[in-house]
Each structure stands twice: as C-alpha cells, then as structure tokens.
Design a protein around this ligand. Structure first.
Ligand code: NAP
Length: 244
C-alpha cells in the first residue's frame, strides 16, 4: 500500500516540489495550503496525472483546531499518516529596531507553533504503526546571521532544536525526525525580494546561484526513504556553500 504523506504549504514553492517528488516516489500526497485553492488543486491534478492519489486540504496550520480537523479528514480518508513534511513558513524581514509585534507573532505562530501542532497530531497516528518520518523545513538563516532576519532566524533556530528533541523522544517508537536547512531557493519568497537584495545575496553564495526547488525536494525524498533509515535528529544544510 502507498505511504501517506502530508506536505504543509504544498500549493507553491518548496512544498509543491516536495509533494510532486514524494508522489513520484510512489506516495499518496496530501497537499495542504491556506489560501491558494487553484494552485493546490493544480498540484493535486499533476500528481493524479502521474497515476498517484492526492488530496488538497485547506487549513491554516498555525491554528491548532484547523490542524486537528485536517488530520481527522486525512485519517478518515486514508486511515494513516506515514510522512509529515512541516514546510509551510513565512518570512517577515525587518531590523530589530523596526520590529512589529504582529509580524513577530505571525512568524512564531506559523514557523514554530504550526510545526508543533502538525507533528503532535501526525505522531498520534504514527505511534500506532510504530513507524513514521517527520521532516521540518528549517533555513540556513538559523546558522548564518543575515541582518533583517532576527525573527525568522529565531524561528528556524527553534525548528532545529525541536527537531533534535523530537527525534530523541520519538526514536523508540520508530519515528525519525530530521530537518532540512536550505540557503536561498528560487521561490516566491525570494522573488519578492528587491532586485538589489537578490544581487547582494547571490554574491554570498559560492556556487553563484539560488537553489532550484527540485534540489530541496531530492533531499526530502532521501530523508523519507530507507536510504536514510539510520538518520535522525539531523539538520542537513543545502545552501550552495553559503554557510562555509
Ligand atoms: P512560498 O513559496 O512562499 O510558499 C509558502 C507555502 O506555504 C504556500 O503553499 C502557502 O500556501 C503555504 N502557507 C502559508 N501560510 C500557511 C498557513 N498558515 N497554513 C498552511 N499553509 C500556509 O514558500 P517557500 O519559499 O517555498 O518556503 C517554504 C519553506 O521553506 C518555509 O518554511 C521557508 O521558511 C523555508 N525556506 C525557504 C527558503 C527560500 O529561499 N525560499 C530558504 C530556506 C528555507 P497559500 O498560498 O495557500 O497560503
């Protein structure tokens, strides 16, 4: 039977690429999103065209009740969740002195609390099978100081720490937890940067380019597979040399 994978924030960008890649790997994929109905349905259609099953589920993963309802719908339809990719995240760049409380709250609500809500609900299902995989999307910003990203980097630092502790707590139950820390990836998040910022960022990447979303999805695929069966609690950096 196909493994059931939930990818949060899968209507676009890295999440979309992960959803398509996991479908290619033979999984049934749940495409979570919060606003972009048409984009999410397009991902589902693309997966179905590959011959795999998929379902779009609209839910704000920063809202614990919506997460619970999403997991209820998924398990009612498919009975199980084998893989969770905690990917939905936002960036609100601003310098410390300009810090806006609303942005601060939104970043922590989604990038940190949202990951906890999804992990907790998914693990409740994974426990029964004594197996499962969780992948948390972090960022190289958690390790390399980028001015303007105080809040974002703090949320991703929290993701790294939660990955390690969750991994240790869940290893006895056959559940592996790892994180992926990409550098700059060519998505809407990066498209929205002012051109001069993009140029500035490109200069600090030794490989001289931003990552393609498929390069991130390849690593996520590896972490979901038996090829990484002895790996847990790791934060894997994929940044074209940015952090060197
Ligand atoms: P993106 O292109 O902006 O896409 C974000 C996705 O998250 C969309 O599918 C969006 O769906 C969904 N989303 C946003 N808020 C949500 C919510 N409250 N509940 C559920 N889904 C929500 O982002 P991305 O660049 O692919 O980034 C994905 C992850 O990678 C993030 O965690 C980010 O921090 C991390 N990352 C990105 C980069 C980069 O350079 N792009 C680098 C390092 C790490 P809707 O459109 O429907 O809202």
């Amino acid at each position: 039977m196909a493994r059931i994978a939930l990818v949060t924030g899968a209507s676009k960008g890295i999440g979309r690429a992960c959803a398509l890649r996991l479908a290619q790997d033979g999984m049934t994929v749940i495409v979570n999103y919060s606003h972009s109905d048409a984009d999410a349905e397009a991902v589902v259609a693309e997966i179905k065209a590959m011959g795999q099953d998929a379902m779009a589920v609209k839910a704000d993963v920063a809202d614990a009740d919506q997460v619970k309802e999403m997991i209820r719908v998924i398990t009612k339809t498919y009975g199980q969740i084998d893989v969770l990719v905690n990917n939905a995240g936002i960036v609100r760049d601003e310098f410390l002195l300009m810090l806006n409380k609303e942005n601060l709250d939104q970043c922590f609500e989604l990038n940190v609390k949202g990951y906890f809500f999804c992990a907790q609900q998914a693990v409740l299902k994974m426990f029964r099978k004594k197996s499962g995989v969780i992948i948390n999307m972090s960022s190289v910003s958690s390790m390399v100081a980028i001015p303007g990203q105080t809040v974002y980097s703090a949320t991703k630092g929290a993701v790294n720490s939660m990955t390690q502790t969750m991994a240790k707590e869940l290893a006895p139950y056959g559940i592996r937890v790892n994180a992926v820390a990409p550098g700059f990836v060519q998505t809407e998040m990066v498209d929205q940067l002012p051109p001069e910022k993009k140029e500035e960022y490109l200069k600090v990447v030794p490989m001289g380019r931003f990552a393609d979303v498929k390069e991130i999805a390849d690593l996520v695929s590896f972490l979901c597979s038996d090829a990484s069966s002895y790996m847990t609690g790791q934060v894997l950096v994929l940044d074209g040399g940015l952090s060197l």
